[in-house]
Design a protein around this ligand. Structure first.
Ligand SMILES: Cc1cc2nc3c(=O)[nH]c(=O)nc-3n(C[C@H](O)[C@H](O)[C@H](O)COP(=O)(O)OP(=O)(O)OC[C@H]3O[C@@H](n4cnc5c(N)ncnc54)[C@H](O)[C@@H]3O)c2cc1C
Length: 400
């Protein structure tokens, strides 16, 4: 089979073609940069994640012209989010703002494929079935390209002015760079989730009890994703008894109503589990490289913000790459922690499960404020248009 990679030199190589990498590729390709996007996984494949998108992400997809594709894949509109604190129920309608009156929770098979297709339409070259396996550096340590291998075991070497690691929580690119962790969070949650039909629930529902939380998120195919989250120690102690039993137990203890709906909705689909990883922020850029998405910043999934973070940071990164000055890339890295600090900290407090109902409610108020602040930061984004990388990065001496 001919290699899908046509050239030996690009402006930017991006490792990882999901929400972070494909969004970055789309924005850079639209600005006229020559982008190579590679991922060992197949287009439209699934990954370990539930699906809630926050308003900021939906606004970006709308502005990028990708939301229509997601809607036309049958992704249901979500018009309310309901919080259940024990017996107290607080339903919040999704307000009409910025031309949007609904949220969406697309399956990753839908979202990631729509972003990859938009990147490809914008001119990015996309090579599924290839992984970045090494980095090329010059004699000053600047990254000047990457080695990639595929299932055929062939390795190709490609030059680029910038290599971006958007390759997820276990980022190979970050490891190859020895990118240091600059901030870490002590807590993590484990989750088990599955998909169910005919639950009879409208919108997103988040339910809290002391020591556990569950939630339901309507997604594609008439299905609702239902997750159960607990401290990792409980997950480890009980996983050998079977995921189904633990999942049902947690649903029952947090919401008998949701547990009944799930039990009545037919046989269990395949359950998926995440054992939990504490949050971290890594250094996000250096000479000839940058990290985006989970590769550079991971926060516990209980606040359902990883995809929204990935899309927002992809746009911040793309704007600094398009700006072209080395300082702009440095500024992307420097500003990241200030952008996310509040969110990162409150996510960790929620992930600790060390709260009562009043406290978790307060944490959610802080979360809502942080989310609005993050949306406000995006208001200045227009369509990126410039079409250059820094002459500093374009004239890298070659050879390793
Ligand atoms: C259980 C769970 C539930 C979650 N629920 C939500 C939610 O409801 N809402 C939300 O916003 N977030 C949620 N998240 C977080 C969200 O899934 C992540 O933040 C998001 O997937 C990060 O996107 P990414 O593009 O950075 O990385 P990923 O989605 O992890 O994609 C990385 C890609 O890089 C590829 N790759 C790996 N190595 C290489 C390599 N060497 N070269 C090239 N490519 C490579 C992989 O194949 C993969 O396709 C959840 C996470 C988990 C674990």
């Amino acid at each position: 089979m001919p290699d899908p990679i046509r050239d030996t030199r690009y402006d930017v190589i991006i490792a990882g073609a999901r929400c972070a990498g494909a969004s970055t590729a789309l924005l850079l390709a639209r600005a006229g940069l020559r982008v190579l996007l590679v991922d060992p996984a197949a287009r439209a494949s699934d990954t370990l994640s539930t699906h809630a998108l926050m308003r900021g992400a939906v606004l970006q997809l709308h502005r990028w012209g990708v939301l229509d594709e997601i809607r036309s894949a049958g992704t249901p509109e979500i018009r309310s989010t309901t919080f259940h604190y024990g017996d107290e129920v607080i339903a919040i309608p999704i307000k009409e703002r910025d031309g949007l009156d609904a949220l969406y929770a697309p399956r990753r098979t839908v979202l990631d494929a729509a972003l990859v297709d938009a990147a490809s339409d914008a001119g990015a070259e996309v090579a599924h079935g290839r992984a970045v396996s090494g980095l090329l550096t010059d004699d000053r340590g600047r990254v000047i390209g990457a080695r990639m291998s595929g299932s055929d075991r062939e390795t190709v070497t490609i030059r680029a002015d910038l290599v971006i690691g958007a390759d997820g929580i276990n980022s190979r690119v970050a490891r190859l760079l020895n990118a240091p962790v600059t901030h870490s969070a002590p807590h993590a949650t484990a989750s088990i989730y599955g998909y169910w039909k005919n639950l009879g629930l409208e919108g997103n529902h988040w339910y809290y009890a002391i020591g556990s939380a569950v939630g339901s998120i309507p997604t594609n195919g008439g299905e609702t994703c239902v997750f159960a989250s607990i401290p990792p120690a409980r997950f480890e102690a009980r996983r050998r008894d079977g995921l189904e039993e633990l999942y049902s137990e947690v649903l029952r203890e947090v919401s008998e109503d949701l547990a009944r709906r799930v039990a009545g909705s037919g046989g269990p689909g395949k359950l998926r589990a995440f054992a939990g990883v504490p949050g971290f922020l890594r250094r996000g850029a250096g000479p000839g490289w940058a990290l985006v998405g989970d590769a550079g910043y991971f926060r516990d999934p209980l606040t359902a913000h990883g995809i929204s973070d990935a899309l927002r940071e992809a746009e911040f990164l793309a704007r600094s790459v398009i700006d072209g000055r080395e300082e702009a890339l440095h500024a992307y890295d420097e500003a990241r922690y200030e952008r996310v600090r509040g969110f990162f900290e409150v996510t960790d407090r929620i992930a600790s499960f060390d709260w009562d109902m009043d406290e978790v409610k307060e944490h959610h108020m802080v979360l809502a404020k942080e989310m609005n602040a993050l949306i406000d930061m995006q208001r200045g984004f227009g369509a990126p248009t410039a079409n250059h990388l820094a002459s500093a990065t374009a004239s890298v001496p070659g050879g390793v």
